[in-house]
Design a protein around this ligand. Structure first.
Ligand code: MG
Ligand code: ZN
Length: 224
């Protein structure tokens, strides 16, 4: 019985996710679903990214949090559209919440929409929000066993950013091994090494963003 209810929830969620994506496509806005465990650096990454791109591309952020609006407050300095979702204890965002929050945004004016999911390496894997790409942030301080332990999250990601790489040695983390582990579990995932606090390490990430924004804006040219 419980399994059936869960299936129905997923079917409904994914149908709304598809509707969201259709809307994002029509409005030519790239939408990223940022997932990670708590404290992996999602908000820090958004901050550093906005510092680098917010004068060139029009960005907005949807912040998913259990109770607080602390992350959104950190982003207020950028003067971009921000929508806060408080899940009141809920451990993931779902497509319906996104469907409601985008009513507060002028999608046609945006190039990119970041959705910061609730910090959790379990159920966000199951919930399609309508995003184009799922970006998983994985910090070396979490240990090298997480890809194997949280299979679904690592399998559901299009891009995996290994974060806090300057701490790898201190944490006894072999980055080559970590990348091999990720590719064993998700052979098609793109992987980049970053330190979200250090903008000098974000060049490839910014390039990845620009490439994907352009693919949304000129889908015909980017097909070949
Ligand atoms: Mg955060
Ligand atoms: Zn959940």
């Amino acid at each position: 019985m419980e399994i059936k209810i869960f299936k129905d929830v997923m079917i409904k969620n994914n149908a709304i996710g598809e509707d969201n994506r259709k809307l994002f496509n029509e409005q030519k806005v790239l939408v990223l679903n940022l997932t990670s465990s708590p404290g992996a650096g999602k908000t820090t990454l958004i901050e550093s990214t906005l510092k680098l791109i917010s004068n060139k591309v029009k960005a907005a952020v949807i912040e998913g949090d259990l109770y607080t609006s602390r992350d959104a407050e950190r982003l207020e300095v950028f003067k971009i559209p921000l929508v806060q979702i408080n899940t009141e204890g809920g451990c993931h965002l779902d497509a319906r919440q996104i469907h409601h929050s985008i009513k507060e945004l002028s999608l046609n004016e945006l190039d990119i929409l970041f959705i910061e999911n609730v910090g959790n390496l379990v159920c966000p894997a199951e919930f399609d929000l309508g995003e184009h790409k799922r970006v998983l942030l994985y910090s070396v301080t979490e240990g090298d066993d997480k890809p194997a332990k949280y299979l679904n999250m690592f399998q559901a990601a299009d891009l995996i950013l290994i974060n806090k790489i300057e701490l790898a040695e201190l944490c006894r983390i072999d980055l080559e091994y970590v990348e091999k582990e990720i590719h064993r579990i998700n052979p098609t995932a793109e992987i980049l090494r970053i330190t979200a606090l250090d903008e000098r390490t974000l060049e490839d990430w910014i390039q990845w963003l620009n490439k994907n924004v352009q693919m949304r804006e000129r889908p015909d040219e980017s097909r070949n």
